[in-house]
Design a protein around this ligand. Structure first.
Ligand code: ISE
Length: 340
């Protein structure tokens, strides 16, 4: 395997799956796209043709079981992530699955148990922020100890617009806020213990009861706190950012590295319109690093355990939003397989 190009199959060829296929075809080294599968067969055929004549499989299971596929990337709708991950584990195939790893904790736990049973990690979860250069720089700075202990994560996550009729309050926590739940654990090195979520519907014409702007407050172990908003219809563009406050210093990431202009009595710059633009560097580095991990059998990415712990915050966040009360999050011991 070390000297051969990794043969990757992508399941789900929507917006994110297409981007991964394109990256695998054009940019990722030591791997290539060999197979695709999608409920919409026509879409899979188009993507397969576009990116190296990848073979189209009618069912995800056929792709997973194929001897021509070494590793699988899952970018389907969230509700089928866990069953596809379990199918990959059954045949001992490494899988990079988009977040969330599941939409419920029981199925997510089955994944943890399956990996424990086979005694190895095969699953990486697509927490792409961990591969974003800005996030990584802040992580390194805090890990160096220069700023002392990190205490407070204060973040924001803005999508430009969403289809209010399709999106649900649950999805905002499971699919969008889940990134912050992971970033908080990763940056602060502590676990969420209590969560309180409130939300508002920002659109005056009220096409739905969607709470498209939520604020999330998390208390963590080790005397740390986090606070962030997720605004799904911010209008001005796509943006993610945070301030991380430590004992001796703080770091901020925010507006990305577009040029900043001053003219005619004003400052101007450009805001990304979509996450595909803001996070392209992270997607590339995430998949490239996964390919190297798989080829060298040295697991480095966010694990199923990371996926489980972030999902736990999202699920208790949903309960908090529904009940209007803060929720305690149960403490669970890290299984040996994931204990570093
Ligand atoms: C989307 O699925 C993503 O993963 C983006 O990174 C996130 O910012 C967005 O809110 C999600 O809908």
């Amino acid at each position: 395997m070390k000297n051969q190009s990794l043969r990757v199959g992508v399941i789900g060829t929507g917006v994110m799956g297409e981007r991964h296929c394109e990256n695998l075809f054009n940019k990722i080294t030591d791997a290539h796209l060999v197979a695709v599968s999608d409920l919409k067969v026509g879409r899979a055929e188009r993507i397969g043709r576009l990116f190296g004549d990848a073979k189209v499989f009618e069912t995800p299971k056929d792709l997973i079981n194929s001897n021509d596929v070494d590793a699988v990337l899952v970018a389907t709708s969230d509700d089928v992530h866990s069953s596809l991950i379990l199918d990959c584990i059954k045949v001992n195939k490494p899988v990079l699955c988009e977040k969330p790893m599941s939409i419920n904790l029981d199925e997510a736990w089955q994944i943890i148990e399956s990996e424990i049973t086979i005694g190895r990690k095969l699953v990486q979860i697509g927490f792409c922020r961990r591969y974003d250069d800005q996030h990584l720089e802040v992580k390194r700075k805090f890990d160096s100890g220069d700023f002392g202990r990190s205490i407070f994560y204060k973040g924001w996550h803005r999508n430009r617009s969403v289809d209010n009729r399709k999106l649900t309050n649950e999805q905002i926590l499971l699919n969008s806020a889940i990134h912050e739940f992971d970033s908080i654990r990763w940056l602060l090195g502590e676990e969420a213990r209590k969560i309180y979520v409130t939300g508002v519907h920002t659109n005056s014409d009220r096409v739905s009861d969607l709470l498209d702007l939520i604020t999330v407050h998390v208390s963590l172990s080790g005397d740390c706190v986090a606070n962030f908003d997720v605004y799904m219809s911010a209008g001005y563009g796509y943006e993610i950012g945070f301030e991380l406050i430590g004992q001796n210093g703080t770091a901020t990431i925010g507006p990305p590295s577009h040029p900043f202009y001053r003219d005619n009595l004003k400052y101007t710059s450009t805001v990304e319109s979509h996450w595909l633009g803001r996070l392209q560097q992270a997607y590339l580095s995430e998949v490239q690093s996964w390919v190297h991990s798989v080829k060298s059998d040295d697991f480095t990415g966010p694990t199923a355990w990371d996926g489980y712990m972030s999902l736990q915050s999202a699920i208790y966040g949903i309960k908090s939003l529904e009940t209007g009360s803060p929720m305690n999050i149960p403490e669970i011991d890290v299984p040996d397989l994931y204990d570093l």
